[in-house]
Design a protein around this ligand. Structure first.
Ligand SMILES: C[S@@+](CC[C@H](N)C(=O)[O-])C[C@H]1O[C@@H](n2cnc3c(N)ncnc32)[C@H](O)[C@@H]1O
Length: 183
């Protein structure tokens, strides 16, 4: 990779991950990227994938699609996948209107991104639409004032998911959860 590309990747990684560019994710979210990604199997959608910081953590049986609103970050994600020899179907899309049929995915992943999304309940309802019955929703998020209306796990339950596992880190500042679409 050219030096200018590496610089752009580091700049965008810093804006995407939780201190990814500084290597301090180990202190903040700890092992949450592998915790989330290793529970995904089969056809998997990553919503708001950013620069693809999660890509290294998926199991080899995962057939991965990844979308984001930002084409510049997706270009970094594409370079990351290519450098790893990993096939990822990438596309620009808004989480509120996903270009996929109902019940398409075995798992949907979203990390550190629902805080950026304006219509979180609408987005979670859209994730509920595209995941198959019995499929998983895997989330990692951090505390923010808007969560007084309900953290992502609670909002996801309101749109029809069932909570399977919920873990809090950093005295609850971070939360990682696995939910399931009943059926
Ligand atoms: C803080 S970054 C996190 C990126 C990545 N998930 C990670 O863990 O490194 C938030 C991402 O959400 C994306 N995003 C925000 N609103 C979105 C929406 N409505 N639909 C799709 N992506 C969105 C942004 O473009 C950005 O890449």
């Amino acid at each position: 990779m050219a030096r200018s590309d590496r610089t752009r990747q580091r700049r965008l990684d810093r804006r995407s991950g939780y201190g990814a560019g500084y290597g301090c994710e180990r202190l903040t979210i700890r092992d949450s990227r592998p915790w989330v990604c290793r529970q995904a199997h089969g056809r998997t959608l990553e919503l708001a994938a950013g620069t693809g910081l999660n890509f290294p953590w998926y199991a080899s049986d995962v057939e991965l699609s990844a979308v984001d609103l930002d084409p510049e970050r997706l270009a970094v994600a594409a370079a990351r996948a290519q450098a790893r020899g990993q096939t990822v179907h990438l596309g620009v899309a808004d989480g509120r209107r996903l270009p996929f049929d109902d019940d398409t995915f075995d798992a949907v992943v979203c990390t550190l991104a629902l805080c950026d999304v304006d219509d979180r309940s609408g987005t979670l309802a859209e994730l509920h639409r595209v995941v198959r019955p019995g499929g998983s929703l895997l989330l990692l998020d951090h505390l923010e004032p808007r969560w007084r209306h309900g953290r992502p796990a609670t909002l996801a339950e309101r749109v029809g998911f069932t909570l399977v596992q919920r873990q809090r880190l950093w005295a609850g500042y971070f939360e990682r959860v696995r939910l399931q679409k009943p059926g």
